[in-house]
Ligand binder design. Sequence first.
Ligand code: HEM
Length: 413
Amino acid sequence: MAMTDMTSCPVHQSFDPLAEPYLADPYPDMTAVREEVPAFYAPSIDMWVITRYDDIESAFKDPGTFSAAVGQRPVFPLTDEARAIIAGGFHASPVMSDCDPPKHTRIRRHNLKGFSARRVSVLEPKVWAKATQLVDDIRPGRVDLVPALTYPLPAYMIFTFIGFPDEDMDMLKSWCGNRIAFSWGRPSPEEQREIATNMVHYWRYCEEFVAKRAADPVDDFTSDLIRIHREDPEAISLEEITNVAYGLSFAGHETTTNFTGNAIRQLLSHREQWDALCADRSLVTAAVEETLRYDSSIIAWRRITTRPVTVGGVEIPADAKILLLLGAANRDPKYFSAPEDYDIMRGDVRAHLAFGKGIHYCIGAALARMEARIALDLLAQRAPGMRLVEDQELTFPANVSFRGPKHLLVDWP
Ligand code: HEM
């Protein structure tokens, strides 16, 4: 790849994570840049890109230098119109993924209580029931598994977990569309207008929902946070709980839709591994983990430097926007043997960085793993003979971080 060395900082003119070939398959470029340099500046996105496992892990573990503050900010400037819509009715403030200590430490501590093993484990029968209902509705023939299973399952589960009522789900889903493009892609002015308007609707809904739970808590995650607030209003405010509800309904949804789609795609594309899994469904856990390494739904994540820092000999200034190439780290040969092979039997999979590391480690990891495991287990039971439609052209959302097929056609037996 063409790299220009500008004093101590390599610049990569052609690296563009929104280019069509990269969206279709980012891994050849990721491997090339990881082999070439530990870090470089990419003018296409105005970011410094970090490519190797050790340096990415170090960045995750050094929140004082690598601040999370840019976690949700649009990569590209918004139109004046979109900014005005947001300013008029969307009042989100950082609480977790885009928040630094000490505020992050306080809020995450209380969220971890809400994400207790008990609250996640009581969801397991509900995930089975919802997945079973969705699979029961699939008829033999050609089916798109995204609308049939991988989109509605995590949407239903995260909304149920937060406590949103069943009857609001279709409306909530209609407001979610394209939110990834807003902060991680390059949406057109028309798209920005629509997404910003929906974000305002969604935000108001979350405010009203939290006010309702504050008046009358029940048995759900939001009410757990309300009880913490009632005991000690300094621990977490109602506004912060609104932010958590808003943020979780995003973090817990399309990440898992994309991930489950990636897992089904990889297994069906490696037929012998799918057949082995159908013969021994205890392999599902290993298949989930290997997909997190090989084809995760978050292939890159962002930080901003608080001071100048040297990464693998490359000098990066203060206030530099950073892209951590998780997909490159998860195929770094220093940690994974035959890293370009999808192999659910590999022994070194656990080292992957798909859920991050350190203080921001994904709070929904157990839930995401459970949902994907149950979906794969059920598909292996019900449709071991299903086949990926061979001539389909998979398309992926245009953004720098989130990756999974928009549609996934299979022939259902
Ligand atoms: C396969 C699916 C998922 C993947 C690949 C994924 C990946 C990640 C990653 C890489 C981070 C770390 C970000 C950082 O270091 O700044 C993260 C954080 C987070 N994730 Fe996930 N995630 C998934 C599913 C979920 C689900 C289901 C939920 C909620 C139910 C969730 C909620 C969160 C939250 C709230 C954070 C921020 C935690 C913090 O800043 O302390 N994620 N996730």
